[in-house]
Design a protein around this ligand. Sequence first.
Ligand code: NAD
Ligand code: TDX
Length: 331
Amino acid sequence: MRLLVTGGAGFIGSNFVHFVLRHTDYDVTVLDKLTYAGNLDSLRGLPGARFRFVRGDIADAALVEELVGSVDAVVHYAAESHNDNSLHDPRPFLETNIIGTYTLIEAARRHGTRFHHISTDEVYGDLALEDAERFTEQTPYNPSSPYSSTKAGSDLLVRAWVRSFGLQATISNCSNNYGPYQHVEKFIPRQITNVIDGVRPKLYGEGRNVRDWIHADDHSSAVLAILERGRIGQTYLIGADGEKDNRSVVELILKEMGQAPDAYEKVVDRPGHDLRYAIDSTKLRTELGWRPRYGDFEAGLAATVQWYRDHEAWWRPQKSATEARYQEQGQ
Ligand code: NAD
Ligand code: TDX
């Protein structure tokens, strides 16, 4: 199979490309604009005969038409992905997440190309902190931020293209990922690299907000299962029962890095900050037999801490500009 992976130089996309080239015999073409979030160093050492990189914009209709026409399936990761950025400058989120997705699905429907759309649990809004409820495929959409509303919009476009035009698509909505190659603007890498730099981790508000963590490799194995065996037109939620509040995550990072458990700082909270996400992945598990392999969050986090210790050359170029942006917001 020939795959086109959009956003393959980003965090989850690059993990997926490594995963696919390791576990299948597929050929992969990456289409990536290399925004501030894209990094070619994340795609080093891949087998040249099965891998090709194209720098370009998913909203470039002529380029997309040519690339989508030359593959068997598209796995669409490219997006503006950071909530905090979306609160300060929403426009790129509309251009990439909405117009970019529209451009891709138009090409996919013209060519009859199989399409898998990567999305987030944030389209469902948030859950109460003290509640057993979790998101399912039936939960109504209720996004909170410019980021999550544009992701919700892109999901709805894909659904409409399935119904109106017979687009051969599936959708997955995954919870918070962690692992190698994640940009230092995101919560876990930001705190690990802060501690390496002798800076205290920064917790928004009281740190009570809950995220449902999954290792990027478990996300990749789920996407591959859906691409190969998922039913067209269906949505699958991806999660690994990894609920943790932010303060506990910071405390685990501090412990792993030999610091006192309270060696963090509370900073200005995110406006509209979603309280809790939690995924019920029963459909994916029962229909496709998928299981996560990284059941132990603490062990996965320790491996991630080690990865950032070992790969300073990968993240160092982004660190000071990222922290300067946060400082402007009092974060
Ligand atoms: P990321 O910001 O690390 O990577 C995004 C990639 O897309 C970058 O390489 C960037 O250069 C590229 N890109 C951006 N705009 C583009 C454009 N117009 N054309 C071509 N390429 C473009 O993001 P991520 O965290 O890896 O997220 C990837 C996908 O997974 C997104 O669709 C996101 O919504 C979804 N997702 C992320 C998480 C998470 O925890 N990070 C959870 C669930 C779903
Ligand atoms: O410095 C910080 N301090 C802090 O307390 C940062 C950067 C974040 N936080 C909090 C905010 C969130 O409650 O940590 C939590 C995680 O924050 P992010 O890493 O920004 O992730 P989140 O907003 O939950 O969104 C992520 O998961 C869902 C991805 O960025 C999205 O792309 C994905 O859709």
